[in-house]
Design a protein around this ligand. Structure first.
Ligand SMILES: [Zn+2]
Length: 440
């Protein structure tokens, strides 16, 4: 029996249904205020506006936002730790920081009002996934400086759900809690949930028989094929949530029950799509880089922040009735593109191919090396236990078919290495898909 996701109206969600003219008036009012705040409080924003001969009063319409300069991740690093704050420290009640892969992290700040906004967009996110008062939410996002844990935590509490702050890791305990506490919804990265599904099956626990009916998954790109795989294996509805620490954390956009694009909470975040090369605005429906302006952030407003996430705005209204515009799910980031022998390769393409094959698991790692000046790409792929116990011939045939399918999709020759189940390292957060040894 498929589990039903009920739709219960949440009062906080009323803003999801504002008539467009009313929403746009609110956006413009907030845009003008946030630009003024940035001008008054943040030297970097002021000098960039002055450099373009602009003053805050020049922002008269929403379209005028495109006259402003972009903000990029390097700006956050260059002003480390507090250089972009627009509130005095005594008004800042929380700091978070991103896990930088190299050097210093980036730091983000919240006033009390910012935290209230954050909780409210998370309440609206959970409500859009059909969650409500009475749900039992297992929050397996990492708690700490990462925004995922506390963002989901306070949102679910504000919704009136029961929150289990289990954080990431200790997979066997996660499965025990999911079963014993009669959990109805799980929050984590999609790759970690996939790991939970595999481990549950090893332990003989059938997730489809548990009360869990929804997953709110984010913090890394994932594919439609991965969604189908998760939904079937766990008997849940899997929703894609989008956010980034620089803007607020999780809760920038969420799928509704239609699962046809993510509604952006436009009353707080103003979206644009630009050509990643030229920075020019692209028309609705065209794919490009998502740029966001925070409309209500006090402690750290960001103007035209380049997210590096590639998406498109979906034309037309959603059948759910929300008036908030939608964006396509993020399949890739402009900075996770690999260039192998001059060809652009995205990890999401590999994931999609793997999910089409029986006998493989969507656990994979890409190893890039360089031999005699030529890039070599190896994809290590885990096979199912059943497949691994099969004959050598069957494994070889699978390997050949995979190599052929990859070559067709990626347009380059790759080496496939099939490995035993559970060989590749599991991540409790974002999966590490690529090991690039070409530079070392
Ligand atoms: Zn919708």
């Amino acid at each position: 029996m498929p589990k039903v996701v009920e739709s219960v109206f949440q009062p906080a969600s009323a803003l999801d249904y504002l008539p467009r003219p009313e929403l746009e008036r609110l956006q413009l009012h907030r845009l003008r205020a946030v630009v003024k705040r940035a001008w008054d409080q943040v030297p970097l924003f002021r000098s960039r506006m002055e450099g373009r001969g602009l003053v805050p009063e020049d922002i008269r319409s929403l379209g005028d936002v495109s006259a402003l300069a972009f903000t990029v991740k390097a700006d956050l690093r260059d002003t480390y730790p507090f250089g972009l704050f627009a509130s005095p420290m005594q008004d800042i009640v929380r700091l978070h920081a991103s896990s930088g892969t190299t050097g210093k992290p980036i730091v983000v700040a919240y006033t009390r009002a910012d935290l209230e906004v954050w909780s409210s967009v998370m309440v609206r996110s959970f409500a859009a996934c059909g969650l409500h008062h009475g749900d039992i939410v297992q929050n397996a996002y990492g708690y700490g400086l990462f925004t995922g844990g506390l963002g989901a935590h306070y949102g679910a509490e504000s919704l009136g759900a029961t929150v289990i702050p289990i954080s990431g890791g200790n997979t066997d305990r996660q499965i025990m809690v999911m079963s014993d506490f009669k959990v109805t919804a799980v929050c984590c990265t999609p790759s970690y949930f996939l790991h939970l599904v595999d481990r549950a099956s090893e332990l003989g626990v059938d997730l489809r028989k548990l009360p869990v009916r929804a997953g709110v998954f984010g913090a890394e790109p994932w594919t439609e094929a991965m969604r189908r795989h998760i939904e079937e294996a766990a008997g849940i509805k899997a929703f894609d949530i989008y956010g980034l620490s620089e803007i607020i954390g999780p809760g920038v956009a969420i799928e509704c029950e239609r699962q046809d694009g993510l509604h952006i909470f436009e009353d707080h975040f103003y979206p644009e799509i630009v050509d990643p090369e030229t920075g020019q605005n692209l028309p609705e429906g065209e794919e490009g880089e998502l740029v966001l302006t925070t409309l209500s952030k006090q402690a750290m407003p960001l103007i035209r922040y380049r997210t590096r996430d590639i998406t498109a705005l979906v034309p037309g209204a959603c059948a759910c009735g929300r008036t908030l515009r939608r964006m396509r799910r993020i399949g890739r980031r402009s900075d996770d593109m690999l260039i192998v022998r001059g060809v652009n390769v995205f990890p999401s393409q590999i994931e999609t191919v793997l999910l089409e094959f029986e006998g493989t698991l969507p656990h994979y790692q890409i190893i890039l090396t360089r031999e005699h000046g030529l890039d070599q790409m190896e994809i290590q792929v885990e096979v199912t236990a059943h497949m691994f116990s099969d004959t050598v011939g069957a494994l070889e045939s699978l390997q050949d078919k995979l190599a052929e399918a990859m070559e067709r999709v990626l347009q380059i020759r790759v080496q496939i290495v099939l490995v035993e189940p559970r060989t590749l390292q599991r991540s409790e957060g974002k999966a590490r898909r690529v090991v690039d040894r070409r530079l070392s």
